[in-house]
Design a protein around this ligand. Sequence first.
Ligand SMILES: C=C(OP(=O)(O)O)C(=O)O
Ligand SMILES: [Mg+2]
Length: 558
Amino acid sequence: MRWRQRCEASVSATVWRSARYGTWVRRSSSRRPSRSPAQDAEREQGRARKAVEAVAADLMARGNLAGGEAQAVLEAQAMMAQDPELMADVERRVAVGSTAERAVYDAFAAYRELLANAGEYLAGRVADLDDVRNRIVARLLGVPMPGVPDSDEPYVLVARDLAPADTALLDPTLVLGFVTEEGGPTSHSAILARALGVPAVVALPGAGEIAEGTLIAVDGSSGEVFVNPSEEKKSQLEAAAAERRAALAASTGPGATADGHKVPLLANIGGPADVAAALEAGAEGVGLFRTEFLFLDDSKNAPSEDKQVVAYRQVLEAFPEGRVVVRVLDAGADKPLDFLTPADEPNPALGVRGLRSLLDHPAVLRTQLTALAKAAEGLPVHLEVMAPMVADRADAKAFADACREAGLRAKFGAMVEVPSAALRARSVLQEVEFLSLGTNDLAQYTFAADRQVGAVSRLQDPWQPALLDLVALSAEAARAEGKSCGVCGEAASDPLLACVLTGLGVTSLSMGAASLPYVRAALAKFTLAQCERAAAAARAADSAADARAAAQAVLSGE
Ligand SMILES: C=C(OP(=O)(O)O)C(=O)O
Ligand SMILES: [Mg+2]
């Protein structure tokens, strides 16, 4: 039997027996607690506060033990637990009669909805929030915390989903791989699996049917899980894994092809908390700083200029002399904000979002640009600022004018997320100095396939030749204008596709920190001419699957 699911996590393979994550414990604390009225509000509020503090301290302690990327994730979780607004909400709910556990559950539910609707990146944090809630509720109920199985034997962990707090302390000599039924490419279980260096396949339908003790092979590079694999399959996978490990170990320094064509490898970050992981993975800078996180605390008002200056400066200081590309607020559609996004749009993805929304609220854009200008003052960093959802030259001009008016000393750029901007890239480039391809939205608008609707995910595949054509058009236009054109959508994090994008003429690649070593190793294996041949072969195909196979065939010399 063989399951197949898109590659979501690390790129190596393992063959071992499965063991199940303690889901019963998880369920006991993730179920909504009953609503028996609290007798003594003050006492309940005290219990809630104590539980929150204990869970935050436990998460911090686990982070200290784990170090590295896991520490940043766990510290972010501890901050979620201690969020003053959440605590105030819990106390309000207790004051009107909830028990502490029920109040925690309901307050987290409200926050959860906000995150889930805030776009792919932030939606990926929902699992972390759920875990914090489960831990607090478990403590209040006096039941054991969620946890991984105790075992002296190495095993492959099969779970509905994994919490960072458990994943962080896993011993990679015991846990040889993960398979989860839930989660996504940006979920922390996938990210931490990559950091641990074990193969993982996430969001695999039917994973829960794998019985404890079954022999399974997990191929993180293809996203395949083989149940009871043949001897031949086992040795094939083991040989491929050994080869990849050797390539990864040899991959350091700036991104470049085998013949020295430089392709700067940059990190996508969602805020200062992601900087440590980016540096550790050797990011040469930041290619996409999503600034939406700053706007989530208060859905009614924009954050003050001072608050923004502090957050931006923290990021800029981390990359002295490096390049940091900041994207101005991308509100609307999958990232709605009450004070900016019209409530009654019949089709929000085609409505007032991204730059359109900022041009309708010039004061919000002005504050953000002024804050960026102040944050960069006196720093040697190469600041670049770009706008999401630029459709044409007029959009690009309006953005560049706003940047100039704010006194911003930076390069101004346009994201290419709307097909019209790719088709008329040379015209857009008359107003701005660089392009950055947001392939997630570009796929959505090219194929009229909502990125939040699973039923049309076939069309969201960045290997679709039509998408590759638009990438090529943008890169050619930038080259003709002597300007740069990077990719900051998910496409850049697929090592094989990264080689194809390079062959199409893209000048930098930006991705989640965890993908950087894999992309760096893949690029270093091939010359620019090979990447160009792979790109031509992919564009000549008629489907995403054929494009991938054609590029693979060229690069493996078939
Ligand atoms: C990078 C992109 O932006 P986001 O995913 O934040 O919309 C994109 O659309 O590819
Ligand atoms: Mg986008």
